[in-house]
Design a binder for this molecule. Structure first.
Ligand code: GDG
Length: 468
């Protein structure tokens, strides 16, 4: 295997990823790099007064980590701006929240140019580059402009939106065209891949073959679906570790015989948190027999707290959870435990295991690793039930979950009730099937499939097949 260079917005050294409140991307990359003697390149997360392009190189957990500092203006225009105020909402179908400002666009291009400048001297002839996520859609174009001819792959962790949504983005063709400078463009699901293909054929006069060869904007590339997984063995180990067992016991004690419904999410409008609280309220109103017998633990770790939409959401969630608790709580029971702090990964695994219901109901989600972690953490003899949104990428694989429409309170309330009362035999049967999938489609499998597909790409091949 050629040396791998992984590139992502932030670099989260593998040694620390296990206990940090890191997102799915950091966890997945940490696992992917553990077995490769590669380099992980990205932003240090720090800002300096004036950009220097100076690389900091460290060695962490067997991986060479190379980072570069940015300027405050970069953080505002590239990270908070184009990445998180334009692309993130748009790609999650929230056109109402997407801000289109030219300064964001310019900052985004500038940082991708800076990344390419800083990365170029690290690249050796046979290296294979693997770029992660929506912050870096145009990075390959910038690298190509600097003469890099290595194989470069891209993986999008979030959904690719429907054509009519994507085309609301000013200069959408420029962004899509830049993507075709990658040799392989990976998506979480077949739906996402097909949405991108649909854009190329219907809006860009492109050609797409059934083998995933694409040609548009005078370039050729390949597309594919590579659903991401978790480090299943490691997570199962975490779920039975001494820390997890302690967390599990403490949780069960505090449950006092009640059943726990659990949500674990970054506090983000794509995760459907408000809709989830309202569905739970509906359950309490419709089913008085659940009062004092169940509770919802919602862990909502703060994220992107300096973006307005996130502050607004936080205020709404504070209000809704407070209102529901005020309306239903008794002196001995609180229906919602709403928590903004984050937990260690092994503690989290113990909490997952203590929950009878795992509630994963995003309005849109590239994959959703919490769904997979919840399954991996269960006791095989007495597993909990996963309630999963049909709009999470994970739903395409995890068909034995109770699949719900998160836009329907009734639908969700009904699924929660069904999960709470599901017989053990059915729970075990569903869990077994889910667990087999989570074990099989692990993060190692994801990495190996992607890297093998990238290494197999032959430019001549692409040119011939895309024409035919
Ligand atoms: C993006 C895509 C895609 C959460 N709270 C704590 C904590 N977490 C961890 C979870 C899980 C991760 O964060 C969240 O991963 P998700 O996949 O659910 O979501 P995003 O962060 O939005 O990730 C997503 C993913 O990339 C990978 O491709 O699945 O669709 O949006 O691992 O466990 N971890 C710890 N403490 C917490 O309190 N330690």
């Amino acid at each position: 295997m050629a040396r791998l260079i992984a590139v992502s917005n932030r670099v989260s050294p593998p040694g620390e990823a296990g206990v940090a409140s890191s997102g799915g991307l950091a966890m997945a990359l940490a696992a992917a790099l553990r077995e490769s003697a590669g380099i992980w390149f990205g932003w240090s997360g720090r800002t300096v007064d004036a950009y220097t392009g100076q690389l900091s190189i460290d060695r962490v957990g067997g991986v060479t980590v190379a980072t570069v500092d940015l300027e405050e203006q970069d953080r505002q225009e590239y990270y908070n701006g184009y990445a998180n105020k334009t692309l993130w909402p748009l790609f999650h179908y929230r056109m109402d929240l997407a801000a289109y400002e030219r300064s964001f666009d310019a900052g985004y291009v500038r940082v991708n140019e800076r990344f390419a400048d800083a990365l170029q001297p690290l690249v050796e002839a046979d290296d294979v580059l693997w770029v992660q996520d929506y912050h870096l859609l145009p990075l390959a174009r910038e690298l190509r402009r600097r003469g890099i001819t290595n194989k470069i792959g891209f993986f999008l962790h979030i959904p690719w939106p429907a054509r009519r949504v994507f085309t609301t983005l000013p200069r959408h063709a420029d962004l899509a065209s830049a993507l075709l400078d990658y040799d392989l463009i990976g998506f979480q699901t077949a739906d996402d891949r097909d949405a991108f293909a649909g854009y190329l054929t219907q809006s860009a006069q492109g050609l797409v073959t059934s083998q995933g060869h694409v040609s548009a904007f005078g370039k050729q590339s390949r597309i594919g679906a590579f659903p991401i997984g978790i480090d299943t063995t490691d997570f199962q180990r975490a779920a039975t570790s001494p820390t997890a067992v302690t967390a599990f016991r403490a949780m069960r004690r505090s449950m006092a015989g009640r059943k726990m419904i659990l949500g674990v999410d970054r506090l983000d409008y794509s995760k459907g948190l408000e809709e989830r609280l309202l569905a739970y309220e509906q359950l309490l109103s419709d089913r008085p027999d659940t009062l004092e017998k169940v509770f919802l633990l919602q862990i909502a770790t703060l994220s992107r707290d300096d973006v307005d939409a996130y502050q607004d959401l936080r205020a709404r969630l504070d209000a809704v959870s407070g209102r529901i608790n005020g309306a239903f709580a008794t002196v001995e029971w609180v229906p919602i435990r709403y928590v903004n702090r984050s937990y260690r990964r092994d503690q989290l695994a113990g909490i997952y295991r203590a929950a009878q219901v795992g509630l994963v109901t995003p309005l849109r989600d590239g994959m959703n690793l919490v769904a997979k972690e919840y399954v991996a953490a269960q006791d095989p003899d007495n597993p909990g039930v996963l309630v999963l949104s049909e709009f999470a990428g994970a739903a395409a694989q995890m068909t034995e979950a109770l699949i719900v429409n998160p836009f329907s309170r009734e639908d969700m309330a009904e699924a929660i009730r069904r999960a709470l009362t599901m017989p053990k035999s059915e729970r075990r049967r569903r869990w077994r099937s889910l667990m087999d999938g989570v074990a099989r489609d692990s993060v190692e499998m994801w990495r190996d499939r992607f890297v093998a597909a990238l290494e197999a790409v032959s430019p001549a091949d692409i040119a011939i097949q895309a024409r035919g």
